[in-house]
Design a protein around this ligand. Structure first.
Ligand code: FES
Length: 104
């Protein structure tokens, strides 16, 4: 069963900022891109478990700080080697001043 969980206030995440939360044992990066869109992506690179959510942002991509693989923030898909496949990704919505993710 899925549920929407409040994970941040809009004001605490200006464009280009992020926060990392732990939800039921999973580390998740709540990331707001420069154009103001929120994403939720697992803080785990599919290459070697690198701290993906700490990576540099580049448009709608995030770059793993360990070996440089790029991931699509909208889908969690690895875009470049050495990573491949998908890391965790969750739908995000804004309700008033709350940022919520749909957790299953
Ligand atoms: S751990 Fe992310 S690219 Fe290697």
């Amino acid at each position: 069963m899925s549920r929407w969980i409040t994970v941040a206030n809009v004001n605490e995440l200006p464009p280009g900022q992020r926060k990392i939360i732990v939800l039921e044992g999973k580390k998740i990066g709540i990331i707001r891109t420069a154009d103001g869109v929120f994403h939720a992506i697992e803080d785990r690179c599919t290459h070697d478990d690198g701290p993906l959510a700490e990576g540099e942002l580049d448009g709608n991509a995030i770059i793993c700080p360990r070996h440089g693989a790029r991931f699509d923030l909208a889908t969690g898909k690895a875009l470049t080697l050495p990573a491949f496949g998908f890391t965790g990704h969750w739908p995000v919505r804004v309700e008033g001043d709350k940022v919520q993710l749909e957790f299953q």
